[in-house]
Design a protein around this ligand. Sequence first.
Ligand code: PGA
Length: 231
Amino acid sequence: MQKIVIANLKMNLSKKEIISYLDKINKLKEDNFIVCVPSIFLHLNNEYKNAKIGSQNFYYDDKGSYTGEISPLYLKEEGIKYSLVGHYERREYFNENFNVINKKVISGLKNNIKLIVCIDSLSKTFIKYEIHSIFKNVKKEDLKNVLIAYEPSYMIGSGKKVNYEQVNNNVNYIKSIFKKDYNIDVKVLYGGSVDENNIEKIYNKTNIDGVLVGKSALDYEKIMKIIKMSN
Ligand code: PGA
């Protein structure tokens, strides 16, 4: 089955590089590939109609005195349909806690944005607590617009060898929680040092529905190899 590939460009490429990247992607018409760009480039969504462009973040209120923040309404106005929420780097460097992530999830879903929600705990007990905290008071019918990205924080940008067994166990555990507690078959992606060399093994050895790629997504040739392996 075709897998989903999400590229998280973070704050890495220049304007020139992002435009050249989108120029190429726009010609491909890949429907299983979403590229999350820095917010200042989200308006390019109006030019690159064949590329699926997503946001890396947004604020949970629609409007107000929040200097520097991005309203979910701005995403809607630019036709942005996807956003990451609760990425480890948002938690680590911008103090996003479960309460903030939960508010963002509720706000994003209310605004019809499809969310890629990151889960980063390692143990089953913490994974369960994380899911219940992040999805508190989320309407069951809205969960169809949620994809989970399982990203153990120690793997992000580390280049370490992926622990396939741990990933598979935790991905299956996440799926089972959503089935049991919310009665939904959620799709779970894996992220953390995915590259063009380990992608085949990751797909063969785990029950994931796709990948969230940071570093390797910055190189067009590498992400193309990953997309090819995902089709
Ligand atoms: P990485 O990043 O692929 O560089 O490990 C993944 C992520 O941060 O989503």
